[in-house]
Design a protein around this ligand. Structure first.
Ligand SMILES: Nc1ncnc2c1ncn2[C@@H]1O[C@H](COP(=O)(O)OP(=O)(O)O)[C@@H](O)[C@H]1O
Ligand SMILES: [Mg+2]
Length: 324
């Protein structure tokens, strides 16, 4: 049975459909990410599930129960937003105790539960500090502890790592994934960061203008996108004309670049070489009238072609995905 189910959920603001007949089923313990550009309706969907907002049409089920008209406090949901929303005048421990107090849990039992939650997010020892005495990453860990301390049925995370710098964000992504797995809590994460979505989730839901574009496992959406929007939003896509008139897609990692005249391939000129650390990315101009440039991404092993070099470019037909 699915833990979260949306059936034809719409939310209109005048002429704008922030959510447009969205269907989604999230299984117990599953980690699903809602991915889309700014303004695509991600926050709207989370707020509808959380009960902070009512849909214009459609039904929302949690644990099989129709909660469409149930108030937020009857949904047992943990929420984390990009802005930490901690109480500044309270200590870390008091912040984490807060949702327990709201639920009538106090005393030693609450304290144990709160300290356990702080241990889970690796903040043990910092319980007496105030939020202003913590780094951004630590503040977001407090927010996470506060969202799981009451053992929610569902965790909703709205761009929780968006305010953190890249290195810290990547560290917290790993921790978040481990925490989610160890708790087994059904989780919906919202992000506009395709790498974050691809690396964390069991499945991703790609959203554009309030409409679902695709719901699929990360590799499936990346290699077999449902349409051009998904293809381009999830990464670099090389579009190639197919013999039958359709358009195909090849991902940069599937493009081979080598010296000319060794094992075939089409002649091309390197327009730009971009070092990305472990990878090197080439922007290539195919010779022979192809109008669309080709991007290739190869592991960087100490030596690379330079701009202006003549190279041979190839890919397997099996790596071409006809974009619907
Ligand atoms: N309270 C509101 N009133 C009017 N329009 C809104 C309101 N909330 C969101 N919208 C509009 O709905 C669309 C989706 O917004 P939102 O869900 O915040 O997108 P995202 O989180 O993906 O950036 C946007 O066009 C936004 O302007
Ligand atoms: Mg948003």
């Amino acid at each position: 049975m699915s833990d979260i189910r949306l059936e034809g959920v719409s939310k209109r603001y005048g002429a704008v459909a922030a959510a447009d007949e969205v269907d989604l089923a999230v299984a117990q313990g599953e980690f699903v990410t809602i991915l889309g550009p700014s303004g695509s309706g991600k926050t709207t969907l989370l707020s509808l599930i959380a009960g902070l907002n009512r849909p214009t049409a459609g039904r929302i089920f949690i644990g099989g129960r129709d909660v469409t008209d149930a108030p937020a406090q009857q949904r047992n949901i943990g929420l984390v937003f990009q802005s930490y929303a901690l109480f500044p005048h309270m200590t870390v421990l008091e912040n984490v105790l807060f949702p327990l107090g709201v639920r009538g849990i106090g005393g030693a039992a609450a304290r144990t539960q709160a300290l356990d939650a702080l241990k889970l997010v690796r903040l043990d020892g910092l319980q007496d500090r105030r939020p202003s005495q913590l780094s951004g990453g630590q503040q977001q860990r407090v927010a996470l502890a506060r969202s799981i301390v009451f053992k929610p049925d569902i965790l909703l995370l709205d761009e929780p790592l968006g305010a953190l710098d890249r290195k810290l964000r990547e560290e917290l992504q790993v921790e978040l994934k481990q925490l989610q797995r160890s708790l087994g809590v059904t989780t919906l994460l919202v992000t506009h960061d395709q790498e974050e979505a691809l690396s964390l989730s069991d499945r991703i839901m790609v959203l554009d203008k309030g409409r679902t574009q695709q719901v699929a496992a990360p590799a499936e959406a990346y290699l077999r996108p449902a349409n051009r929007f998904v293809a381009e939003f999830l990464g670099i896509a090389n579009f190639v004309g197919l013999a039958d008139g359709r358009t195909g897609l090849v991902r940069p990692e599937r493009v081979r670049v080598g010296p000319t005249g060794i094992n075939g391939g089409r002649p091309a000129r390197v327009v730009e070489t971009i070092y990305l650390g472990q990878m090197v990315r080439y922007h290539l101009a195919l010779q022979g009238g192809e109008d669309s440039p080709v991007v290739a991404a190869l592991p960087f092993v100490g030596k690379a072609f330079a701009a202006g070099d003549e190279v041979a470019v190839s890919w397997d037909t099996a790596d071409i995905w006809p974009v619907p």
